[in-house]
Design a protein around this ligand. Structure first.
Ligand SMILES: CC(C)(COP(=O)(O)OP(=O)(O)OC[C@H]1O[C@@H](n2cnc3c(N)ncnc32)[C@H](O)[C@@H]1OP(=O)(O)O)[C@@H](O)C(=O)NCCC(=O)NCCS
Length: 174
C-alpha cells in the first residue's frame, strides 16, 4: 500500500482536473480514455446538482496530502429485476501513472463500495490492449472473465474489451 492515498468527494477546485482528464485531448486523457470533446459545462452542472454522488453513480477524487492525481467513478449495472452491481472506471493524470496509484485507488474504491452499498459484484472493463489497466485490476484482486468483442467505439473503430469482476466475499473489509 502507498501511504497517504485517499479517495474524497469532488470539490469545486477539482473541476479543472476533471476537464483535463476528459475534455482536453488524448495526451492528458490517454488514448484509452479519449472519446472526443463534450459539453464543458456538463461536469460543473452535475457537481452543483449533487456533488457527483447519486444512488446510481459516483465520482471521487484520488489524492494524497501533497497531490491530486485523478478520479475514480462507478455506475449502476442491472443484473435483473432483483439486484444490481457497479461498473467502475478510473483516470489518472499522466504524471500519476505508473507509480502504483491506479492499483491502490481501485482497491480503495472496491472497499468503499462494498462497505457502503449492498452490491455483491463490482466489474470493470478495459480495452484489450490497455496493459496498465488490466494489470492494475488484476493486482487489485479482480478476476478476468472474458472478452467483450467489438464492444467499444473509440478513435475510429470498435475495440475488444476485457471484462473483470470482484465479488464481495473476495474482499476483506477493515
Ligand atoms: C490505467 C491506469 C489507471 C493504471 O494505473 P497506474 O497507476 O498507471 O498503474 P500501476 O502503477 O498501479 O501499475 C499496475 C501494473 O501495470 C503496469 N503498468 C503500468 N503502466 C504500464 C504501461 N504503460 N504499460 C504496461 N504496463 C504498465 C505496472 O508495471 C503494474 O504491473 P506490475 O506490478 O506487474 O509491474 C492509469 O495508467 C491511467 O489512468 N491511464 C490512463 C487512463 C486509462 O487508461 N484508464 C482506464 C480506462 S478503462
Amino acid at each position: 500500500m502507498i501511504e497517504g492515498i485517499h479517495l474524497r468527494p469532488v470539490a469545486e477546485e477539482d473541476l479543472p482536473l476533471l476537464n483535463t482528464l476528459h475534455n482536453v485531448g488524448p495526451e492528458s486523457a490517454s488514448s484509452y480514455a479519449w472519446f472526443g470533446f463534450s459539453d464543458p459545462t456538463q461536469r460543473r452542472r452535475r457537481w452543483a446538482e449533487n456533488g457527483m454522488l447519486t444512488t446510481d453513480s459516483g465520482t471521487l477524487i484520488v489524492g494524497s496530502p501533497q497531490e491530486t492525481m485523478g478520479c475514480v467513478s462507478w455506475r449502476r449495472t442491472a443484473y435483473g429485476p432483483l439486484n444490481h452491481g457497479w461498473n467502475i472506471g478510473i483516470g489518472l493524470l499522466p504524471e500519476a501513472r505508473g507509480r502504483g496509484i491506479g492499483t491502490q485507488a481501485q482497491i480503495l474504491l472496491v472497499r468503499y463500495l462494498f462497505a457502503h452499498t449492498q452490491v455483491n459484484r463490482i466489474d470493470a472493463h478495459t480495452d484489450a490492449t490497455n496493459v496498465a489497466e488490466r494489470r492494475a485490476l488484476e493486482k487489485a484482486g479482480f478476476t478476468r472473465e472474458g472478452i467483450m468483442r467489438g464492444a467499444q467505439f473509440r478513435n475510429g473503430s470498435f475495440r475488444d474489451m476485457v471484462l473483470y469482476s470482484i465479488l464481495r466475499h473476495e474482499v476483506t473489509l477493515g
